[in-house]
Write a protein of this length. Structure first.
Length: 112
């Protein structure tokens, strides 16, 4: 969460993404979903016995990864998050007004 907030502040300071235009509800859904998925993955990690061989370690890591990915996907689906839809959509920019403003500043010779 701290990393996400720091990134949002830095993007706002550099005038790349104004914080007023961020979808905080979607970020909250994704954050809560990631925390729950991480907890479930930790429970699976404790339940998986690691024998010390590389093959067993890779299998355990694969199971933990699949658990996290499945829980994250299910959580985003259950909360009705738009994040998966937005990730599948290919668009030039998530913030068209910011892109337009930057284009105007660049054409006027102003450093962003």
């Amino acid at each position: 969460m701290a990393n996400t907030l720091a990134l949002a502040i830095l993007l706002h300071r550099r005038k790349l993404v104004p914080t007023g235009e961020l979808q905080w509800g979607e970020l909250g859904k994704a954050g809560i979903t990631a925390a729950v998925a991480g907890l479930l993955s930790q429970l699976v990690a404790r339940a998986v016995m690691v024998s010390g061989s590389r093959t067993a370690d890779v299998e355990a890591l694969g199971l933990i990864t699949i658990t996290w990915a499945g829980a994250a996907a299910a959580g985003l689906w259950l909360t009705g998050s738009q994040l998966p839809h937005d990730l599948r959509r290919r668009k030039a920019t998530a913030y068209p007004r910011v892109a337009e403003r930057q284009a105007e500043e660049l054409s006027a010779g102003i450093e962003p």
